[in-house]
Design a protein around this ligand. Structure first.
Ligand code: CP
Length: 317
């Protein structure tokens, strides 16, 4: 593996899951793999889990880790090519990225959708500049359109908890007061479509995701019908993708909050969310505090997914 941007980069999912199992059983088996190698983690946006789990994974592999919060203490970076730099951004990515590449062996990048240009977001302008100009392997720590380390951890979690070979997994939109990117649901759909699970997406009309991610998933607008016999309920808010509403909040209808009434329709489903989660908007206290909530083991598996990915990158340096 050179770069890790989407499910395609992980290769065979069963092989990846076997590697995840090995990491879970013995996280310190490859402590010399990263000796004298440095991971640089670049954050354009806030993070708790990704920041800590990726550092932990790198440390488990014996790597050195450097973290840069671009918007706190670094020069503001310009990304537009050919621009006259007479504004508030004193450094261009064309210099900053190769400089960062000179200081490390592997680069992780978190760069959310900015909702200024759908085309820039969906062409992953920032992430692709790192791939193009850093000279180093790049892995996504959530980009504009995908969050593959999260989705890989989600898959590991479903495999850990599933009680049947082909569980019914339901991705449900849930309300949130702010406009959030589509990266998590896009990516989750992409990874679920790579499995042989029964995969259903439910959301209010107007919240349709990009077809390149939805593909063969069943889209069910009737949420009660979608919940029926589900083995996993995966909740997430996202803003509208379809033009002219790209990046807009169209609804905050709390009838879509994951609650006990709807969970009773399921096959005693587990509740999942990537976190951070807004209680009593996305999910009721009762559901997230129930024994069917697996959000903490799901977050713990972020170390495992990051460690598998870093191991594969290190083996190919
Ligand atoms: N799920 C996730 O990526 O969490 P953070 O935003 O805290 O990293």
């Amino acid at each position: 593996m050179r770069n890790f941007i989407s499910v395609k980069d992980i290769g065979n999912l069963n092989d990846a899951l076997l590697k995840a199992k090995e990491v879970k059983e013995n996280p310190f088996a490859n402590q010399t793999l990263g000796k004298n190698k440095t991971a640089l983690l670049i954050f354009f946006n806030s993070s708790l889990r990704t920041r800590l789990s990726t550092q932990k994974a790198a440390m488990n592999l014996g790597m050195n880790v450097m973290v840069l919060d671009v918007n706190q203490g670094a020069w503001k970076l310009e990304s537009e090519i050919g621009v006259i730099m007479d504004g508030d951004k004193p450094e261009h990515m064309l210099e900053a990225i190769p400089v960062m590449g000179a200081y490390c062996d592997v680069i992780g990048v978190r760069s959310f959708a900015q909702f200024e240009s759908k085309s820039d977001d969906y062409n992953e302008v920032i992430l692709n500049q790192f791939i193009r100009y850093s000279g180093k392997p790049v892995f996504s720590m959530e980009a504009a359109t995908r969050h593959p380390l999260q989705s890989f951890a989600d898959l590991i979690t479903i495999e850990q908890f599933k009680k049947k070979d082909k569980p019914k997994v339901v991705l449900t939109w849930a309300p949130h007061p702010r406009a959030l990117p589509q990266a998590v649901p896009n990516s989750f759909a992409e990874w679920m479509n790579a499995t042989d699970y029964e995969f259903v997406i439910t959301h209010p009309e107007g919240y349709e995701l990009d077809n390149q991610f939805v593909r063969e998933a069943t889209v069910e607008y009737d949420k009660e019908k979608a919940y029926k016999n589900a083995d996993f309920i995966y909740a997430k808010n996202w803003s509208a993708y379809i033009d002219p509403n790209y990046g807009k909040v169209l609804s905050t209808d709390r009838d879509w909050t994951v609650d006990s009434r709807k969970m009773k329709l399921t096959n005693n489903a587990y509740f999942m969310h990537c976190l951070p989660v807004r209680r009593n908007m996305i999910v009721s206290d009762e559901v997230i505090d129930s024994k069917q909530s697996i959000v903490i083991p799901q977050a713990a598996n972020r170390v495992v997914s990051a460690q598998v990915v870093l191991s594969e990158i290190l083996r190919n340096l």
